[in-house]
Design a protein around this ligand. Sequence first.
Ligand code: PEP
Length: 252
Amino acid sequence: MRQKIVAGNWKMNNGKGETKSLIDGLKKEIEDLSLENTRVIIAPSFVSLESAVNQAEGTSIEVVAQNMHQAKSGAYTGEVSADMLKSIDIKTVIIGHSERRSIFNESDETLAEKIDAALANDLEVIFCFGEQLEERKTDNHLLEVGSQLKNSILHIAAADWKNVILAYEPVWAIGTGETASPEQAQEMHAFIRNVVGKKYTHEIADNLSILYGGSVKPSNAEEIFSKPDVDGGLIGGASLNAEDFSAIIKAI
Ligand code: PEP
Protein backbone atom coordinates (compact mmCIF):
# COMPACT_ATOMS: atom_id res chain seq x y z
CA MET A 1 0.00 0.00 0.00
CA ARG A 2 1.17 3.53 -0.83
CA GLN A 3 2.56 5.27 2.26
CA LYS A 4 2.16 8.89 3.32
CA ILE A 5 5.50 10.41 4.22
CA VAL A 6 6.67 13.69 5.71
CA ALA A 7 10.45 14.00 5.55
CA GLY A 8 12.59 16.81 6.92
CA ASN A 9 15.89 17.61 5.25
CA TRP A 10 17.96 19.52 7.77
CA LYS A 11 20.80 20.20 5.31
CA MET A 12 23.95 21.70 6.97
CA ASN A 13 22.12 22.85 10.09
CA ASN A 14 22.19 21.74 13.73
CA GLY A 15 25.15 20.34 15.65
CA LYS A 16 24.80 17.62 18.27
CA GLY A 17 23.07 19.74 20.95
CA GLU A 18 20.63 21.39 18.55
CA THR A 19 19.81 18.03 17.03
CA LYS A 20 18.91 16.70 20.47
CA SER A 21 16.68 19.69 21.27
CA LEU A 22 14.89 19.54 17.92
CA ILE A 23 14.20 15.81 18.21
CA ASP A 24 12.98 16.30 21.81
CA GLY A 25 10.64 19.05 20.60
CA LEU A 26 9.37 16.96 17.71
CA LYS A 27 8.78 13.94 19.94
CA LYS A 28 6.61 16.07 22.22
CA GLU A 29 4.66 17.54 19.32
CA ILE A 30 3.82 14.23 17.70
CA GLU A 31 3.68 11.72 20.56
CA ASP A 32 -0.13 11.73 20.68
CA LEU A 33 -0.71 11.59 16.93
CA SER A 34 -1.99 8.41 15.41
CA LEU A 35 0.28 8.05 12.42
CA GLU A 36 -1.41 5.21 10.63
CA ASN A 37 0.30 4.51 7.29
CA THR A 38 2.29 7.73 7.74
CA ARG A 39 6.05 7.90 8.11
CA VAL A 40 7.89 10.77 9.79
CA ILE A 41 11.48 11.10 8.62
CA ILE A 42 14.32 13.45 9.53
CA ALA A 43 17.70 13.80 7.82
CA PRO A 44 20.23 15.41 10.21
CA SER A 45 23.86 16.07 9.27
CA PHE A 46 26.36 13.19 9.36
CA VAL A 47 27.83 14.58 12.59
CA SER A 48 24.60 14.04 14.53
CA LEU A 49 23.33 11.01 12.66
CA GLU A 50 24.25 8.30 15.13
CA SER A 51 23.08 10.23 18.20
CA ALA A 52 19.83 11.02 16.36
CA VAL A 53 19.32 7.33 15.53
CA ASN A 54 19.77 6.46 19.21
CA GLN A 55 17.50 9.25 20.41
CA ALA A 56 14.73 8.35 17.97
CA GLU A 57 14.76 4.65 18.84
CA GLY A 58 11.33 3.48 19.99
CA THR A 59 9.59 6.59 18.58
CA SER A 60 7.78 7.09 15.29
CA ILE A 61 10.64 9.22 13.95
CA GLU A 62 12.94 7.64 11.35
CA VAL A 63 16.43 9.03 10.90
CA VAL A 64 17.92 8.96 7.40
CA ALA A 65 21.09 10.24 5.67
CA GLN A 66 21.25 13.22 3.31
CA ASN A 67 23.75 11.66 0.93
CA MET A 68 26.23 8.80 0.39
CA HIS A 69 29.07 7.93 -1.95
CA GLN A 70 28.65 5.16 -4.48
CA ALA A 71 31.99 3.41 -3.82
CA LYS A 72 32.27 0.67 -1.23
CA SER A 73 35.29 2.22 0.53
CA GLY A 74 38.66 3.77 -0.24
CA ALA A 75 40.36 7.04 -1.09
CA TYR A 76 37.34 9.38 -1.17
CA THR A 77 38.22 12.01 1.41
CA GLY A 78 35.21 13.45 3.17
CA GLU A 79 32.75 10.90 1.83
CA VAL A 80 30.53 8.30 3.50
CA SER A 81 29.65 4.84 2.16
CA ALA A 82 26.54 2.69 2.33
CA ASP A 83 28.31 0.28 4.71
CA MET A 84 29.13 3.15 7.05
CA LEU A 85 25.52 4.27 7.11
CA LYS A 86 24.34 0.74 7.79
CA SER A 87 26.86 0.42 10.63
CA ILE A 88 24.87 3.05 12.57
CA ASP A 89 21.49 1.56 11.63
CA ILE A 90 20.59 3.98 8.87
CA LYS A 91 18.11 2.35 6.52
CA THR A 92 17.30 5.15 4.09
CA VAL A 93 19.32 7.73 2.16
CA ILE A 94 18.40 10.85 0.18
CA ILE A 95 20.00 10.91 -3.26
CA GLY A 96 20.00 13.65 -5.90
CA HIS A 97 18.94 16.68 -3.89
CA SER A 98 19.16 19.75 -6.14
CA GLU A 99 21.91 21.21 -3.94
CA ARG A 100 23.99 18.07 -4.55
CA ARG A 101 23.39 18.52 -8.27
CA SER A 102 24.06 22.26 -8.49
CA ILE A 103 26.74 22.84 -5.82
CA PHE A 104 28.53 19.49 -5.93
CA ASN A 105 28.05 18.84 -9.66
CA GLU A 106 26.38 15.46 -9.28
CA SER A 107 25.17 14.39 -12.72
CA ASP A 108 22.30 12.08 -13.60
CA GLU A 109 24.91 9.37 -14.29
CA THR A 110 26.57 9.78 -10.88
CA LEU A 111 23.16 9.68 -9.24
CA ALA A 112 22.34 6.46 -11.10
CA GLU A 113 25.51 4.94 -9.61
CA LYS A 114 24.56 6.13 -6.14
CA ILE A 115 21.05 4.69 -6.48
CA ASP A 116 22.48 1.35 -7.61
CA ALA A 117 24.95 1.28 -4.72
CA ALA A 118 22.28 2.14 -2.15
CA LEU A 119 19.80 -0.45 -3.43
CA ALA A 120 22.51 -3.13 -3.73
CA ASN A 121 23.22 -2.49 -0.04
CA ASP A 122 19.55 -2.78 0.93
CA LEU A 123 19.20 0.91 1.67
CA GLU A 124 15.94 2.57 0.79
CA VAL A 125 16.37 5.58 -1.52
CA ILE A 126 14.58 8.94 -1.49
CA PHE A 127 15.39 10.13 -4.99
CA CYS A 128 15.03 13.89 -5.67
CA PHE A 129 14.68 15.57 -9.03
CA GLY A 130 12.95 18.56 -10.57
CA GLU A 131 13.11 21.21 -13.26
CA GLN A 132 14.72 24.66 -13.27
CA LEU A 133 12.64 27.82 -13.57
CA GLU A 134 13.60 28.30 -17.22
CA GLU A 135 12.34 24.80 -18.07
CA ARG A 136 9.05 25.54 -16.30
CA LYS A 137 8.69 28.89 -18.07
CA THR A 138 9.30 27.36 -21.49
CA ASP A 139 6.88 24.52 -20.78
CA ASN A 140 9.67 21.93 -20.81
CA HIS A 141 9.16 20.80 -17.21
CA LEU A 142 7.64 17.41 -18.05
CA LEU A 143 10.33 16.74 -20.63
CA GLU A 144 13.10 17.62 -18.18
CA VAL A 145 11.71 15.54 -15.33
CA GLY A 146 11.12 12.61 -17.71
CA SER A 147 14.73 12.86 -18.81
CA GLN A 148 16.09 13.01 -15.23
CA LEU A 149 14.07 9.91 -14.35
CA LYS A 150 15.20 8.06 -17.47
CA ASN A 151 18.88 8.90 -16.94
CA SER A 152 19.01 8.08 -13.23
CA ILE A 153 16.43 5.58 -12.08
CA LEU A 154 14.36 3.94 -14.80
CA HIS A 155 17.01 1.22 -15.20
CA ILE A 156 16.50 -0.35 -11.74
CA ALA A 157 14.93 -3.80 -11.38
CA ALA A 158 11.18 -3.91 -10.86
CA ALA A 159 11.71 -5.59 -7.50
CA ASP A 160 13.74 -2.61 -6.26
CA TRP A 161 10.89 -0.11 -6.49
CA LYS A 162 9.61 -1.21 -3.09
CA ASN A 163 12.75 0.47 -1.73
CA VAL A 164 12.30 3.76 -3.57
CA ILE A 165 10.50 6.97 -2.65
CA LEU A 166 10.45 9.74 -5.26
CA ALA A 167 10.62 13.42 -4.33
CA TYR A 168 9.65 15.94 -6.99
CA GLU A 169 11.29 19.22 -6.10
CA PRO A 170 11.05 22.02 -8.65
CA VAL A 171 14.35 23.86 -8.21
CA TRP A 172 12.65 27.26 -8.42
CA ALA A 173 10.59 26.42 -5.33
CA ILE A 174 13.37 25.18 -3.04
CA GLY A 175 14.17 27.63 -0.26
CA THR A 176 12.64 30.48 -2.27
CA GLY A 177 9.30 30.81 -0.50
CA GLU A 178 7.66 30.16 -3.86
CA THR A 179 5.62 26.95 -3.99
CA ALA A 180 4.28 25.02 -6.94
CA SER A 181 0.52 25.33 -6.97
CA PRO A 182 -1.36 22.19 -5.89
CA GLU A 183 -2.42 21.82 -9.55
CA GLN A 184 1.15 22.07 -10.81
CA ALA A 185 2.25 19.48 -8.24
CA GLN A 186 -0.63 17.16 -9.13
CA GLU A 187 0.08 17.43 -12.86
CA MET A 188 3.72 16.50 -12.35
CA HIS A 189 3.07 13.71 -9.83
CA ALA A 190 0.49 12.10 -12.12
CA PHE A 191 2.98 12.36 -14.99
CA ILE A 192 5.72 10.71 -12.89
CA ARG A 193 3.41 7.90 -11.78
CA ASN A 194 2.42 7.34 -15.38
CA VAL A 195 6.07 7.20 -16.52
CA VAL A 196 6.84 4.55 -13.89
CA GLY A 197 3.63 2.65 -14.66
CA LYS A 198 4.39 2.53 -18.37
CA LYS A 199 7.98 1.38 -17.91
CA TYR A 200 7.21 -1.12 -15.11
CA THR A 201 3.70 -2.03 -13.96
CA HIS A 202 0.69 -0.05 -12.78
CA GLU A 203 0.88 -1.90 -9.48
CA ILE A 204 4.42 -0.62 -8.89
CA ALA A 205 3.34 2.91 -9.82
CA ASP A 206 0.27 2.74 -7.58
CA ASN A 207 2.33 1.65 -4.59
CA LEU A 208 4.99 4.30 -5.11
CA SER A 209 5.11 7.25 -2.71
CA ILE A 210 5.82 10.51 -4.54
CA LEU A 211 6.64 13.48 -2.31
CA TYR A 212 6.50 17.14 -3.20
CA GLY A 213 9.28 19.46 -2.02
CA GLY A 214 9.66 23.21 -2.35
CA SER A 215 8.73 25.76 0.32
CA VAL A 216 6.11 23.59 2.00
CA LYS A 217 4.97 25.26 5.23
CA PRO A 218 2.11 24.89 7.70
CA SER A 219 0.02 27.36 5.70
CA ASN A 220 0.16 25.50 2.37
CA ALA A 221 0.77 21.86 3.30
CA GLU A 222 -2.85 20.74 3.55
CA GLU A 223 -3.77 22.01 0.09
CA ILE A 224 -0.76 20.40 -1.57
CA PHE A 225 -1.20 17.10 0.31
CA SER A 226 -4.87 16.96 -0.68
CA LYS A 227 -3.97 16.15 -4.27
CA PRO A 228 -4.43 12.46 -5.11
CA ASP A 229 -0.91 11.82 -6.42
CA VAL A 230 0.91 13.81 -3.74
CA ASP A 231 1.82 11.36 -0.97
CA GLY A 232 3.59 13.78 1.32
CA GLY A 233 6.45 16.22 1.36
CA LEU A 234 10.18 16.69 1.58
CA ILE A 235 10.59 19.74 3.79
CA GLY A 236 13.67 21.93 4.13
CA GLY A 237 13.39 25.18 6.10
CA ALA A 238 10.17 24.36 7.93
CA SER A 239 11.60 21.07 9.25
CA LEU A 240 14.04 23.03 11.44
CA ASN A 241 11.27 24.08 13.77
CA ALA A 242 9.41 21.39 15.74
CA GLU A 243 6.11 23.25 15.76
CA ASP A 244 6.12 24.00 12.05
CA PHE A 245 7.25 20.52 11.08
CA SER A 246 4.63 18.88 13.27
CA ALA A 247 1.95 21.18 11.82
CA ILE A 248 2.95 19.89 8.38
CA ILE A 249 2.79 16.30 9.64
CA LYS A 250 -0.69 16.98 10.99
CA ALA A 251 -1.72 18.28 7.55
CA ILE A 252 -1.14 14.94 5.88
C1 PEP B 1 14.50 20.93 0.24
O1 PEP B 1 15.62 21.36 0.52
O2 PEP B 1 14.36 19.77 -0.14
C2 PEP B 1 13.38 21.85 0.35
C3 PEP B 1 12.23 21.48 -0.16
O3 PEP B 1 13.61 23.04 0.99
P1 PEP B 1 12.49 24.14 1.40
O4 PEP B 1 11.36 23.40 2.04
O5 PEP B 1 13.21 25.03 2.35
O6 PEP B 1 12.09 24.79 0.13
